[in-house]
Design a protein around this ligand. Structure first.
Ligand SMILES: Nc1nc2c(c(=O)[nH]1)N[C@H]1C(S)=C(S)[C@@H](COP(=O)(O)O)O[C@H]1N2
Ligand SMILES: [Mo]
Length: 330
């Protein structure tokens, strides 16, 4: 039996923070063992264990993903990103998991999660190629052996002026790039999603788009401390609608830069084309940093709707991550 550990992020903020401060969940679970865990029924998030009056984590078992990988979750929080950003609340997992942009699985955001289950995410190879000294093809499971997982709470701001706050699990992209040993001539990173119309209804039916999805960053952006390769969300491996088995997260850029379900990473000396810039160049730039002073041609970017609280809030320059990235653009 696999006991899947997860943090219960749907709890009020004070409970989540209080809990993580005094309770090392992983040790706790090990001490509790299977018998004690059975006090709470499997799959009942937030079930309160009567013996301890502590919150019992949700238990989720994801088929097809090796148990030793699922055991790595939840990962250690990175202290720089362990707190919920000021003035924000954690977006409930249920909302984040059912409101997605992933056009490979259709356009309506509340339908994506129903369609994305057809994506086969194991085995999954990623090719790191181009201007590197060590070109490799890695299986996603091998990446777990190479790099230590960490968890970071980030804001995500979509260009459509909605946003959320979620805990991602993964590795800085920098670690993978360093592993491939970039050549000095590498100036950009090009990333490409899967191309599998048989597994993705949007790739079959939305023929107006130039599949597969493709994105890019400058080398400096890709090597930045806050640029992440993400394999998990809310203390578990990501469900497919968030871009499993792994996707990019660039929290200071509009959400479409955060390409999902990557199969190829190529270092190049040319600025790569990007999916939305090619589709509508007047609306979506290569850089696409969150900027409240620069309206989209069809709407303001000064405010955003938090999909958890439904509140309209002010958009921050670089989505609040200026201290990490502003010097890239000086
Ligand atoms: N391959 C791929 N990646 C993608 C998209 C997509 O349609 N296809 N949509 C992007 C957009 S517009 C956003 S806002 C985020 C949404 O991520 P989420 O569904 O995990 O919240 O994914 C981005 N990554
Ligand atoms: Mo988006």
């Amino acid at each position: 039996m696999v006991i899947k550990k997860g943090r219960n992020w749907n709890l009020p903020e004070r409970l989540v923070i209080g809990e993580s401060r005094y309770w090392n969940r992983r040790d706790f679970i090990k001490k509790m063992g299977i018998g004690a865990a059975a006090v709470c029924a499997a799959g009942v998030p937030g079930c309160v264990n009567e013996e301890t009056s502590k919150i019992e984590p949700a238990k989720i078992f994801v088929p097809d993903i090796p148990e030793w990988i699922q055991d790595l979750y939840p990962a250690e929080p990175n202290p720089d990103f362990a707190e919920i950003p000021p003035g924000r609340q954690m977006t409930p997992e249920q909302i984040a998991n059912t409101f997605n942009n992933f056009y490979e699985f259709g356009i309506p955001k509340t339908e994506v999660h129903k369609n994305a289950g057809t994506l086969v995410t194991r085995p999954w190879a990623v090719e790191i190629a181009g201007l590197v000294h060590n070109p490799v093809v890695l299986d996603v499971d091998d990446m777990y052996k190479l790099f230590d997982l960490e968890e970071r709470i980030y804001r995500l701001r979509c260009v459509e002026a909605w946003s959320m706050v979620v805990p991602w699990t993964g590795w800085p992209l920098r670690k993978l790039l360093e592993y491939a040993n970039p050549m000095g001539s590498a100036k950009f990173v090009r990333m490409i999603s899967f191309d599998r119309p048989d597994q993705a209804v949007g790739q079959r039916e939305l023929t107006q788009y130039d599949w597969p999805y493709y994105e890019g960053l400058s080398m400096a952006e890709a090597m930045n401390e806050i640029t992440m390769l993400v394999t998990g969300i809310f203390g578990n491996v990501t469900p497919p609608q968030h871009g499993s088995p792994f996707r990019l997260i660039t929290p200071w850029k509009y959400g479409y830069k955060s390409i999902k379900s990557i199969v190829r990473i190529e270092l190049t000396d040319q600025r790569p084309p990007t999916f939305w810039n090619d589709a509508v160049p007047s609306e979506y730039s290569f850089t696409s940093n969150v900027d409240p002073t620069k309206p989209h041609p069809r709407w303001s970017q000064a405010t955003e709707r938090d999909i958890g609280t439904e509140e309209q809030i002010e958009t921050l320059p670089y989505n609040g991550y200026g201290e990490w990235v502003a010097d890239l653009y000086e």
